[in-house]
Design a binder for this molecule. Structure first.
Ligand SMILES: C[S@@+](CC[C@H](N)C(=O)[O-])C[C@H]1O[C@@H](n2cnc3c(N)ncnc32)[C@H](O)[C@@H]1O
Length: 307
């Protein structure tokens, strides 16, 4: 009986995750009363318009707001201290100095600040990368905020009550019609303002630290900088965001980029912290250690590269 109950619970959890968290329409937290927020808390997202505030935001508050940004399928969601365990293993294997780290899909860089501080003198270069760090915002009637990446295709709209996302995956969701309608606003350069998605803490840290290089980089693209001793991929290359064949393509790219003798750390924080650490030897990635069953894409590493 307990087994059936567990299965039913997991089924409902899956539905909630699929339907609510991936919904192309969510409720903007600041536009609704406390009663509603308490009743159906999971439908709400933080009001990203706060990023335009004249006041300087604190690092923690900034991270909370940026986490509600979603570009295509990928959330910018991140959190302080979410990589503590994985950072420990990095400190353990990365002995010596002059180390080069490549942090892939780092979002606002808040979690990177912690690793940079832990590695300090061992670092030669810390590449903090993500697909983009700046977006344009166009405001209409003082209440509709349209968000555009460099491609000028609106990916998010925020009104007092609703937040609409462009999600290429949710074909079956009837709410997609509303989001498609809201998102079809033409980009007008004269009416836009550019904002930066980098956390004030990493901006400050990088000002007095020339070892930190902040670079816009798509993980499927060619890497033209120094080869890293360690590539950290946390909550980026997963089945919720990418197809299996694309995950393998990304893994092959990391394999090519990584130094011989270097490490690849794949980390997921879905329900618990799970990670897999690989070492590159003779151009093949070998598993060195994993935690809690390893990353969800651990097995795909064995299907990638020349084995
Ligand atoms: C859920 S966040 C993870 C942030 C951080 N690594 C962490 O674990 O807290 C996923 C990040 O991956 C980035 N991303 C998505 N597609 C990417 C791509 N093709 N190349 C590089 N980064 C990508 C997103 O912009 C987003 O910032």
């Amino acid at each position: 009986m307990a087994g059936i109950n567990n299965k039913i619970n997991s089924f409902f959890k899956l539905i909630v995750t699929k339907v609510i968290f991936n919904s192309p329409v969510r409720l903007t937290r600041s536009g609704w009363g406390k009663v509603m927020r308490n009743m159906i808390g999971s439908l709400f997202v933080v009001d990203v318009r706060k990023l335009l505030s004249e006041q300087t935001l604190e690092g923690k508050e900034f991270t909370k707001i940026v986490s509600a940004v979603r570009i295509g399928r990928a959330w910018r969601y991140t959190e302080q201290s979410r990589h503590s365990e994985a950072d420990e293993i990095i400190q353990e294997v990365l002995t010596g100095d002059n180390k080069i780290i490549l942090d892939v899909g780092a979002s606002d860089g808040q979690a990177s600040v912690e690793l940079i501080n832990k590695l300090k003198n061992r670092l030669k270069i810390y590449y903090l990368t993500d697909i983009c760090f700046d977006v344009d915002i166009m405001v209409k009637k003082n209440k509709f905020y349209f968000f555009y990446p460099d491609s000028k295709k609106c990916f998010m709209v925020i009104s007092n009550r609703f937040t609409f996302y462009r999600d290429p995956g949710s074909f079956l969701n009837p709410l997609k019609i509303f989001s498609m309608f809201a998102l079809c606003q033409k980009y007008d350069e004269k009416k836009t303002r550019r904002i930066n998605l980098l956390n004030p803490d990493i901006v400050k840290l990088s000002e007095d630290n020339n070892k930190i290089r902040i670079i816009e980089w798509d993980l499927f693209d060619k890497w033209e900088e120094h080869s890293p001793d360690l590539i950290k991929v946390a909550n980026v290359l997963n089945r919720a965001y990418f197809k299996k064949k694309d995950i393998k393509k990304g893994l092959n790219n990391f394999m090519r980029i990584l130094k011989e003798g270097g490490f690849l750390l794949l980390h997921d924080n879905k329900h618990e912290s799970k990670w897999s650490l690989f070492e590159k030897k003779n151009s093949v990635l070998y598993l060195r250690k994993n935690r809690n069953g390893g990353s969800e894409i651990e097995k795909l590493v064995y299907e990638s590269g020349d084995r």
